[in-house]
Ligand binder design. Structure first.
Ligand code: NAP
Length: 471
């Protein structure tokens, strides 16, 4: 029988759709799933694509079905399941076979796995895949890290299955070891901030202006026609129009206000902190999800403190223009922070991450795809050495006109008691960032006072101590 071009383990939501995408593009794919019944069901449901699928009931059969050097995609939950699969595959594979972890791994695990396998095992690739179920089936954004020659072996498959932006495939090799999984993590961190800021604007419209879901939906739909054009703004409009079949109410009104998280948002915040890069809009979004999970505490707190949001009435055109520009300005800061984290990681781990390429492969397929990412790609193309998007000519000009709106929205929300943690964090970041003289002189004085840490002076070189009058 003709050998398969590639193998895949884990026929869950992502794995099954990715396998169908690969089969549809004319590649022969061998598949294995821990629960064999699922493998059989998958092939039965594959229709004519089953001709390109080789179902395997053991790992030995899977390995045997693929042409050498064998690339095998793992699409299993991040964590121990990946280590278990690697341990099971390692003795069956040759040195130049390639295990590709396509789940949402922590890049530190990817580095560890790569290092361990480098001694005796097969090659290892860490590959971020974004776009959810739909993306996996019809074209995801794919972020690859690992040995570049192993990437070349799978490049034709990735090129064929990735999303396309004006004909260009949204996949790329971004650097060695954990580069791909790191970029995917930051993608998700930015996604957290993007979603949170949209939710904050929704909250202002719902609780401040008293609009119903049906009244808010066309506002997002309209914004999606302009500079906020993006998948997330588009689906927000669609989500807000959907009706719950059981109650006849807007479905968002019957959904509990408690959001889950699997780890990538938190990892983004942790890595930003480890690298010493402020990513406060992302951190605020991660914290907001944690607060959302504290439903019982929030109910007690509302009983204790009460909420009195003065009604702002139906928003006029100028209030809507403020909200639209505030979302745009907040988004600029969140993306600038995310890209700065990637720039710092690139330096720290010696990856030489191509930030323009990162923006380009996020323009289609992934959850944060947007018109805006095209502008980010252009900004990095014009100034490849740029580490801070806020300082590029295009984005500094956008920010100059948008920040007064963000300021007004944050100020009015604070006055009304409406939470806008991510938008507020974005504004605070911008205001702190653009002040040449900040307030850390006082922090340094305090540190020297209590710990003799010393400080630098504005008028002289060297480390100095204060002659503190301790009373
Ligand atoms: P899923 O639907 O829960 O499927 C998990 C798959 O892994 C199943 O085939 C399952 O097999 C298998 N599996 C679970 N534990 C295993 C183990 N210990 N050993 C071997 N196989 C095991 O998960 P998913 O949503 O496809 O996610 C897969 C990966 O993609 C995760 O890392 C996830 O974070 C990432 N991801 C998901 C999305 C998304 O939108 N869902 C988007 C991007 C990335 P059984 O049938 O035997 O249970």
């Amino acid at each position: 029988m003709t050998k398969a071009d590639i193998g895949l383990i884990g026929l869950g939501v992502m794995g099954a759709n990715l396998a169908l995408n690969i089969a549809e593009k004319g590649f022969r794919i061998a598949v294995f799933n821990r629960t064999t019944a699922r493998t059989r069901e998958f092939v039965e449901e594959a229709g004519p694509l089953a001709d390109n699928i080789v179902p395997c009931e053991t790992l030995e059969a899977l390995v045997d079905a693929i042409g050498a050097p064998r690339p095998i995609i793992l699409m299993v939950p991040a964590g121990p399941a990946v280590d278990e699969q690697i341990a099971a595959l390692d003795p069956l594979l040759a040195r130049d076979d390639i295990i590709i972890d396509a789940g949402n791994a922590n890049f530190r695990d990817t580095r560890r796995r790569m290092e361990a396998l480098a001694k005796t095992g097969p090659r290892f690739i860490g590959m971020g895949v974004s776009g959810g179920e739909e993306g996996a089936r019809h074209g995801p954004s794919i972020m690859v890290g690992g040995p570049q020659d192993s990437y070349r072996r799978i490049e034709p498959v990735l090129e064929a299955i990735a999303a396309r932006y004006k004909g260009e495939a949204c996949q790329a090799w971004l650097g060695p070891d954990g580069a791909g999984h790191f970029v995917k993590t930051i993608h998700n961190g930015i996604e957290y901030a993007d979603m949170q800021m949209i939710a904050e604007i929704y909250g202002i419209l719902r609780d401040g202006h008293g609009l119903s879901a049906q009244e808010i939906a066309p506002i997002f739909a309209r914004w999606n026609e302009g500079r906020l054009n993006s998948y997330l703004v588009e689906i927000t409009g669609a989500v807000l129009t959907a009706i719950d079949m059981d109650t006849g109410k807007p479905i968002v009104d019957v959904i509990l206000d408690r959001a889950g998280q699997k780890g990538t948002g938190r990892w983004s915040a942790i890595e930003a902190q480890s690298l010493g890069v402020p990513a406060t809009a992302i951190e605020a979004a991660v914290a907001a999800r944690s607060l959302s999970a504290m439903k019982a505490e929030r109910e007690s707190a509302e009983k204790r403190f009460g909420i009195r949001v003065p009604s702002a009435g139906k928003p006029g055109e100028s209030a809507l223009a403020d909200l639209e520009a505030a979302l745009f300005a907040g988004k600029i800061v969140a993306y600038a922070q995310g890209f700065s984290v990637m720039a710092a990681a690139s330096r720290e781990f010696g990856w030489n991450l191509p930030l323009g390429t990162v923006a380009r492969i996020w323009r289609a397929g992934c959850i944060i795809r947007s018109q805006f990412l095209g502008e980010i790609a252009d900004a990095f193309d014009k100034a490849p050495e740029t580490e801070n998007l806020l300082m590029t000519s295009a984005f500094s000009a956008f920010m100059e006109t948008a920040h007064p709106h963000l300021r007004r929205v944050v100020a009015q929300s604070a006055e009304a008691g409406l939470p806008a943690p991510s938008l507020s964090a974005a504004l605070a970041h911008f205001d702190t960032f653009r002040r040449a003289r900040g307030t850390a002189n006082l922090i340094q004085a305090q540190r020297d006072f209590f710990g003799a840490h010393g400080f630098e002076r504005v008028d002289r070189e060297g480390n100095h101590h204060g002659n503190w009058n301790r009373g």
